[in-house]
Design a protein around this ligand. Structure first.
Ligand code: SF4
Ligand code: SF4
Length: 386
């Protein structure tokens, strides 16, 4: 085991600030060098939270302001030179998201700017990666230190959004749709892109807010679920592997972990050092996913991909009663396969749909769900999903 694979974990039952602060400082303090090693004196720090859409803290869409406050105080105590909080949310600006979830008020207390990423610069990927370079937010490229603050949430496309997926937010605005379109229905290709992007950016630490996460129709319209912990690691994949394990997912069920395993990362939680509170009390077995079936279907059906495509997959479906025809999903759809006629809810051309679930992710009304086709239910009854 490499030293930086260790995952630090603390049982945190609620967002009571002294408890959150004590837990975070305890985890970072247990890492070699503590906060000072994470944030060298005078460093320019980018704190990258998971900002997706404006929603109150209790909706569990964004990291809780208490967690963000503890991160900010840690950086300041370590002697950070300049701190910004930045993201490029799918819907709304970073400032609006921060205001809605209460992070803006915290940032203002400390004189910290919340930046909406708008300008991209090119950064080179390390040798050996499939992707040679990335266009990322200038603030991410210029920071001395990136602190990654994901929120535990289900995700219709990637199954879970955790530390690796959170860094997709450094891709500015509509460029995100381009990457989705390039990957098409190849979820593993998209997962590889996410991993290579995250590993090019190399945040110095990732701090996962899993005190209250999200289950069901995540990552924006699901149900808050108390998970009861904070976790931190210098290794994003290790952190994601442990969080997935605690939620009852094997590494073979989470695309970023499948690809990370192929790239040589340790993805089996039992092979990773977990430091802090025992994992036993933090496991849950009944977390509801956003959708039940991958776009590829189970391995034994892949030779008959037409069958998988029609009957054994999970697709976006619009709830006519909830759709208020705002058009946000149409703008976000990378395949341009959503149609808004003169009347009625948005319709989807399922043949052209690449099942990226951007529409489900960004619909402010929660009107789009990941719908399991008939074959998914049948396979589940027969116990043949894997
Ligand atoms: S599905 Fe959602 S995002 Fe799309 S038009 Fe309807 S309300 Fe708006
Ligand atoms: S309809 Fe939804 S899932 Fe399909 S390509 Fe468009 S945004 Fe993606």
């Amino acid at each position: 085991m490499q030293p930086d694979e260790a995952v630090y974990i603390k049982n945190v039952p609620d967002y009571d600030y002294p408890r959150v602060k004590q837990a975070l400082d305890g985890m970072i303090g247990a890492m070699p060098g503590g906060w000072q090693a994470i944030v060298p004196g005078g460093a320019r720090v980018l704190i990258k939270p998971n900002f997706l859409k404006p929603a109150p803290a209790q909706a569990a869409v964004s990291p809780h302001p208490a967690v963000m406050r503890a991160v900010i105080e840690g950086c300041i105590a370590a002697g950070a030179g300049h701190i910004v909080i930045g993201d490029s949310p799918g819907y709304g600006s970073a400032g609006r998201v921060a205001e809605a979830c209460g992070v803006l008020q915290v940032a203002r207390e400390f004189g910290i700017e919340v930046v909406n990423f708008s300008q991209s610069v090119t950064i080179e990927a390390p040798p050996g990666f499939i992707h040679r370079r990335f266009e990322v937010a200038r603030e991410a490229a210029e920071a001395d230190v990136i602190i990654n603050v994901p929120k535990f949430k289900t995700h219709a496309m990637m199954v879970l959004t955790l530390a690796v997926k959170n860094l997709y937010g450094v891709i500015v605005g509509r460029q995100k749709a381009r990457w989705h379109f390039q990957s098409g229905r190849d979820y593993r290709h998209f997962a590889r892109f996410l991993l290579e992007l995250a590993w090019t950016l190399k945040p110095v630490v990732s701090i996962l807010d899993a005190v209250v996460g999200m289950e069901g129709n995540g990552p924006s319209s699901g149900t808050p679920r108390r998970l009861g912990y904070l976790a931190a690691s210098k290794n994003m994949v290790s952190l994601d592997a442990v969080a997935a394990h605690l939620a009852g997912f094997s590494p073979q069920q989470v695309y970023t972990l499948i690809e990370a395993g192929r790239m040589g990362f340790t993805v089996a939680a039992h092979e990773l050092a977990c430091i802090g509170d025992p994992l036993d009390g933090l496991r849950i077995r009944d977390l509801k996913p956003a959708g039940q079936m991958s776009v590829e279907g189970p391995a034994f059906l892949r030779p008959v991909s037409w069958l998988v495509n029609r009957f054994v997959t999970t697709r976006p479906r619009v709830d006519a009663a909830l759709c208020r025809r705002c058009g946000i999903c149409l703008e976000a759809c990378p395949a341009q396969c959503m149609i808004l006629a003169d009347k009625g809810p948005v319709a989807i051309n399922t043949k052209a749909c690449i099942r990226c679930f951007c529409c489900q992710e960004l619909c402010p009304e929660g009107a789009v769900h990941a719908h399991d086709a008939f074959g998914v239910h049948l396979l589940r009854r027969l116990g043949l999903e894997g």
